[in-house]
Design a protein around this ligand. Structure first.
Ligand code: FPP
Length: 237
């Protein structure tokens, strides 16, 4: 079996709130613990064969949460970006943020710009944080930009406009026991292998990531075709 070392993994990091509430703590404590899990997973990703990692940090629908929780999350992202900057440069991680910027506070946009600029040379891992992100809005935006172009729309041009060169998602992981996509990377996940874990995100470990990647490698990805063995049989006939 060919083992690709350039997988695109995407993670819906769910369960911070329940993790905290089950221990009688505020939801914000769960988000801070979730940031610790982000650190560990980012560190472990290249060794697991992941070259692009997209994390769903804040959905465009998350603005519906109580304002103190939203403010706490935005502050946490800012702190993470400032702290990650130095580590990312040493570890070859290029950080980019996808999603809308126009509703984010100016200070967070500055943190994003500075982190993206400082880490742009990273070659080991492309870390994409989805903040104020909606898959449907991203598709609408790409369609509108493409409509202004003279060339005919093809899947390849559309994907380039949508993802700026990021490859399609190979494996999508959702923690926290829920089994839905929640408007995350809808086009990009067309042929993603899906993994649902009951683990609350703050408890997610590099070992679980490694187990999921190993299971992924055992899956037969046929993209609508037939298994390689069946294709070989047909050639012999
Ligand atoms: C969903 O869990 C999680 C979020 C909306 C926020 C994700 C944020 C983090 C993991 C914090 C750190 C991230 C970065 C990039 C530094 P939930 O709160 O909806 O959990 P629940 O379903 O148990 O309520």
């Amino acid at each position: 079996m060919i083992q690709s070392n350039s997988l695109h993994a995407a993670i819906i990091m769910d369960g911070n709130g329940r993790w905290a509430e089950r221990q009688g703590m505020l939801r914000g404590v769960g988000h801070r613990a979730g940031a610790g899990a982000v650190d560990r997973v980012v560190k472990a990703a290249p060794a697991a064969g992941i070259s692009v990692l997209t994390l769903f940090a804040f959905s465009s629908d998350n603005w519906r949460r109580p304002m103190p929780e939203v403010t706490g999350l935005l502050r946490l992202f800012g702190r993470y970006l400032r702290e990650e900057r130095g580590r990312a440069v040493s570890n070859g991680v290029a950080v980019t943020v996808i999603g809308r910027r126009d509703r984010l506070p100016d200070w967070l946009c500055r943190d994003i710009d500075e982190t993206e600029a400082a880490t742009a040379g990273g070659q080991r891992l492309g870390l994409r944080l989805a903040v104020d992100y909606s898959g449907r809005d991203a598709i609408l935006g790409a369609a509108a930009r493409l409509a202004e172009r003279p060339e005919p729309t093809t899947r390849e041009r559309f994907a380039e406009m949508l993802s700026g060169g990021a490859p399609p998602v190979d494996l999508l992981i959702r923690t926290g026991g829920e089994r839905r996509l929640s408007d995350f990377l809808l086009w990009e996940c067309a042929y993603a292998e899906l993994f649902f874990s009951a683990t609350m995100w703050p408890d997610f470990t590099p070992a679980e990531l490694q187990r999921i990647v190993s299971e992924f490698r055992g899956r037969d990805r046929r993209y609508g075709g037939v298994p390689a063995s069946a294709a070989a049989l047909q050639l012999q006939r």
